[in-house]
Design a protein around this ligand. Sequence first.
Ligand code: NAI
Length: 441
Amino acid sequence: MADRYLSFAGTAPGRFLTRRIGLPQPTALHRWSAERPSFEGELLHLTAGKSPLDGPDGLAAVLGRTGLAVRAESERPVAVVLDATGVTDIDTLAEVHTALHPVVRSVARSGRVIVLGAPLDTADHHQAAVQQALEGFVRSLGKEIGRGITVTLLRLTDADAAESTLRFFLSPRSAYVSGQVIGIGGGTEVTAPEDWGLPLAGRTALVTGAARGIGEAVAATLARDGARVVCLDVPGAAVELESVAGRLGGTALALDITAPDAGARILAALPSEGLDVLVHNAGITRDRRLVNMAAERWSSVLDVNLASVLRTTDALLSAGGLRTGGRIVATASIAGLAGNAGQTNYAASKAGVAGLVRALAPTAAAEHGVTVNAVAPGFIETKMTAAVPLFIREAGRRMNSLGQGGLPVDVAETTAWLAHPASGGVNGQVVRVCGQSLLGA
Ligand code: NAI
């Protein structure tokens, strides 16, 4: 069901009325489209402390390749990048305030504030304290800045390894990702694509649960980025699946992912060179409070959402089904991070996904050259959430910093960034796509 409140709040009388009564004022977000694929305007590049990222091949060069006009001063920036990697003590932390205090008001609607931090140095508790302080700062700014602007903290040591991430966050593709802290570094080799417009050209991606909803959007977005897509869904959804795969020039694989031999059947259906991107998106809910939850509701949810993810991942990795440079992206949920009444089974399965990702990431990188990350969607406008009763649906939509639900494409764009060949340094991350939901924040 369309978000009519969002449309109304965007009109002149809507803006007037919502401001007068003190209602939420969500801003229509600028998302990627073929007509408006990138931001246009100025990027304000600020620094706090003495940055270790300076130098000719450093941050300025990477920012210069985003297509935005990089400036040291700007009256109406579409994005602000504050390099706080050199913040090591209370005095340099104060420079974060000095730098951003005068400019936050001038950032354009649906724009970006990106703070760059350094990894926490456990041997220097002053550095660790003020670098951790940046997390509270970023999460608070995300909640107060408004106007559809997102705020993100990226921890990095090497600007080149962060190029795909900076490009993602400095583009309309990241419209619904806010309040996140993402670490970049380690992981696997970072390969710049020949064509940044078609980063997945020549690569094969398999998406589970691709017949509809978020999975369909993921398959479409990976195909847009040049991938050959293999769309997997249950045999009962074969008609929709064929239609999605046909539209994307991909292939359909009708298969229940919980089948014990699912891994082997996927391997048999893949091209001989194997897979580059594996997206575990298939998922189900069977909600009941624990007191009323029959064992079958528990086992079916755990089987689809977690056990099959473990089984197929193991089967593909051990058989060499994922090529070096491969990417695994699993689907968690903010319910798995925050907990949700009536969802002990679902939240257990999704928290399990986060655990799997964090534990497997270093070994998969070392042994297979493969990264493992998760997306954790919040309230996404799908058939599933359209069926939620009106008042709960309205609460779900508004209880985040952007005051609106996300779209399947928001999860898809985040998946595409994690699947990018230049995202090899992003590993073991659980990235929430939730407009900075208050749940589990
Ligand atoms: P959906 O119900 O619209 O689509 C899920 C797809 O997975 C369906 O096409 C279904 O047939 C397929 N599937 C289910 N069991 C399968 C199996 N055993 N084998 C193969 N395919 C199977 O769901 P939606 O909303 O698109 O969600 C996609 C993922 O995102 C799920 O993992 C869900 O838990 C997660 N998620 C969704 C949120 C939302 O707000 N819609 C929020 C948080 C997480």
